[in-house]
Design a protein around this ligand. Structure first.
Ligand code: SMG
Ligand code: MG
Length: 371
């Protein structure tokens, strides 16, 4: 496929309620969208980086530069581009996985639209609906947390994930466990907020029958996670640390995790995400689909990914109304605790140009130069 143009759009979607994690509070989801056009197709991609380098080192303004100055010129200079070749085409550039993932996703969407295949079918997923979990931010008080969790439970979410940090862990988790009752799937995410000295404290979470604890330690501290795994019975799940199928295989081999959170953006794209899935499935390690407050573009792709056979735990792919009043695609709706997986070609969603224009704060377009 020949790519004739690459367009970037920075959009800002106000959140329904602020989302607080151990690294900060987000009031608005800023997303960098990539749109590519070929002679007979078009495709969309979404970069899952944030406005600031708080979740990881990547952030949208840097992703924008990486795509504008390095990645888009490569795409536009190539005679033919296939999604499977994007990682290779951009391979000499180090890092910037989220930016690369967005570019690959746009090319993949265009390619699949042209061939009439859905992303779900392309990835090898099956089933028409996904039962998602919901990720609940840190609140000012435990009473407020209980209110929020009770609301999500009555919406029909089948699993709750609580964000924790030092000073907001044992008490809120105990209170939510009491509210939800024994057996309701509950897990926690620390976003790297603890240190190697916190093993004895974190082991107290074992009392609450959690599905897992996600990323308690620094993203580079694989050995620390392996040591922590020996101090607590709750399974450790890695998020920030997993950057590729190789890092997943290594972390599993070292005993640093028994569950893996897969985010396509963090590992450089949906093709690598599938490889992470395959490595984990072969190793008997359950996976689930992480979320980055995606717009409808990324949400559509995550729903497709989450239907692969290794995704045996509920993902952070909640309904649109948990995040935004207005999205750039038709909303994804929770019905009887499940969300429909798009089945149309490509990502299976159409971008609403009116909403897109209203939410856009910055644009850039680069076209192939005439031969
Ligand atoms: O998309 O529902 C969502 C958010 C899920 O908690 C979530 N994501 O570390 O897993 C994680 C966080 C990172 C994103 S915070 C902006
Ligand atoms: Mg996480």
């Amino acid at each position: 496929m020949r790519i004739d143009s690459v367009e970037l759009r920075m959009v800002e979607l106000p959140l329904v309620r602020p989302f607080r994690t151990s690294f900060g509070t987000e009031h608005t989801r800023q997303a960098l969208l990539v749109h590519v056009e070929s002679p007979d197709s078009e495709g969309w991609g979404e970069c899952v980086a944030g406005a600031e380098p708080l979740y990881s080192s990547e952030f949208n303004a840097a992703s924008w530069i990486a795509i504008e100055q390095f990645f888009a010129p490569r795409l536009l200079a190539a005679a033919e581009v296939a999604a499977i070749g994007v990682a290779g085409l951009l391979g000499e550039f180090k890092g910037h996985r989220m930016a690369k993932a967005a570019v690959e996703m746009a090319v993949l969407d265009a390619e699949l639209r042209a061939s009439g295949q859905s992303l779900q079918a392309y990835l090898g997923g099956g089933g028409t609906r996904v039962a998602p979990g919901v990720s609940v931010g840190i609140t000012g008080t435990v009473a407020e947390l209980l209110d929020v969790v009770a609301g999500y439970r009555s919406d029909g979410y089948c699993r709750v994930k609580l964000k924790i940090e030092p000073g907001f862990d044992l008490d809120p988790v105990a209170a939510v466990r009491a509210l939800l009752g024994e057996g309701f799937p509950l897990q926690v995410d620390a976003n790297t907020a603890y240190s190697r000295d916190d093993g004895a404290h974190l082991a107290k979470l074992d009392d609450f029958d959690l599905l897992l604890i996600e990323q308690p330690l620094d993203e580079e501290d694989i050995v620390g996670h392996a040591e922590l795994a020996r101090q607590m019975s709750t399974r450790i799940c890695l998020d920030e640390s997993i950057l590729s199928a190789q890092t997943a295989a290594d972390a599993i081999a070292l005993g640093a995790c028994r569950v893996v959170n897969i985010k396509a953006g963090r590992v450089g794209g949906y093709l690598e995400a599938k490889r992470v899935h395959d490595v984990c499935l072969a190793a008997g390690v359950p996976v689930w689909c992480g979320g980055m407050l995606e717009t409808g573009i990324g949400r559509a792709a995550n729903l497709a990914l989450a239907t692969l056979p290794g995704f045996s735990l509920p993902g952070d792919i909640s309904a649109t109304n948990r995040y935004f009043h207005e999205d750039i695609t038709a909303p994804f709706v929770l019905e009887d605790g499940t969300i429909a997986v798009p089945s149309a070609p490509g990502l299976g969603v159409d971008v609403d140009r009116t909403s897109l224009d209203r939410l856009t704060v910055r644009t850039f377009r680069q076209a192939r130069s005439r031969p």
